[in-house]
Design a protein around this ligand. Sequence first.
Ligand code: NAD
Length: 442
Amino acid sequence: MKISVVGTGYVGLVTGVCLSEIGHDVTCIDTDISKIDKMRQGQSPIYEPGLEELMVKNINEGRLHFTNVHKEGFENSEVVFIAVGTPQLPNGSANLQYIEAVAEQIAQEVTTDVVVVTKSTVPVGTNYRVEKIIRENLKNDVKISIASNPEFLREGSAVQDTFNGDRIVIGTDNAETAAILEEMYKPLNIPVFKTDISSSEMIKYASNAFLATKISFINEISNICEKLGANVEDVANGMGYDQRIGRNFLNAGIGYGGSCFPKDTHALVQIAGGVEHDFELLRSVIQVNNNQQRLMVDKIVSRFGNLEGKVISLLGLAFKPNTDDMREAASIVLAKELVAQGAKVKAYDPIAMANAKALLPEAVTYEKSVSGVLQNADAAVIITEWDEFKNMNLKDLHKVMNEAVVFDGRNCFDEKTVTEAGIEYHSVGRKSIYTSKSLINS
Ligand code: NAD
């Protein structure tokens, strides 16, 4: 099938590459010419495990193409995916300007019958808006049908998720359109759930809001555990055995970030508000998350008193491991707060440092390795649970740090490992571990 994908970000590029891998002829379109140039040379503009290899393979096999000219990309396409960003507006709602611009481009440039599929996360009603824009501006005499097909991939395992998704949701009002998309996805062998357009749009927001709720829930439990001397890891494990609950998304930490949960929860509060429903529960989920991101700073301040001149190392900057995405990462909040309190902040992330530099305070300095970032530090803060940090030998901290004090925002280590290493350790929802020396100092 001939397919075009508009927008080559984390969703569009992965979708385009994976559809070419299952045999379709795919053209990816982006307005960013520097991205197009890179991709034509077989380089992925984003870090996503396995993506670049698959991209090169399908370019070489002639099934994957890139262009910044929409007309060229749409030529003879049977399906056009819209995968552009829907970032958050200052009032919390989704910014649909990029979606609407693509709808106008489709209206102007398509020359054959086409199914227009919105993969971007969009508020209920947006697909109909897309259809209206296209119909009102349609230049050629072609047949257009629309479908909602929200995306559930996770950054860091996006390729894997695309080939092994739990379900593909297709929202259409037209059986023929649904059949075209089902046929297109058939080689993936993933269950297809078909519904109407509005329900499909809502499934995406409801799913992300539910997952965010699970995270904020366990974070609240962790805060209570800390005060009561319980261990949140054991609590989550014990809860997770219950199949009605499940263990996923019950990891206490310093809150969720990234390009989806923060903006999608805000957008859903706005969507609810639009029909005069106050989504109280979700507003609390957001507030709990905001508080949680600041929690580690409070712990560091209460440990040291004054942070003026203290050297603090940030281990990990990306919002989660295996991605270079810095959007809404907890590291931004932490770095700003620590710098504001007078700390000297050093940072290291295996992949995300280039993107981080644009978002973190200028005062932050960057190191090329874990040992570099820990050198002469008064405290280390684990923000992202990269394997590199989870696998480090905690005993080595004594050799490089001024004092081996670790604030672990992702609960990477257990009590036994920490005690054996003889370091001072503060995590989330578990009791702090002190050494005899640190007890005197703290
Ligand atoms: P992104 O910001 O990484 O990429 C968007 C791309 O669209 C950019 O490369 C931009 O240059 C391009 N673009 C903008 N306007 C264009 C136009 N008129 N023509 C061609 N290209 C254009 O975005 P993303 O993270 O891939 O997210 C895309 C959508 O998918 C969003 O709605 C998001 O909520 C949703 N989503 C994202 C994820 C994720 O993990 N990132 C997961 C599921 C759903």
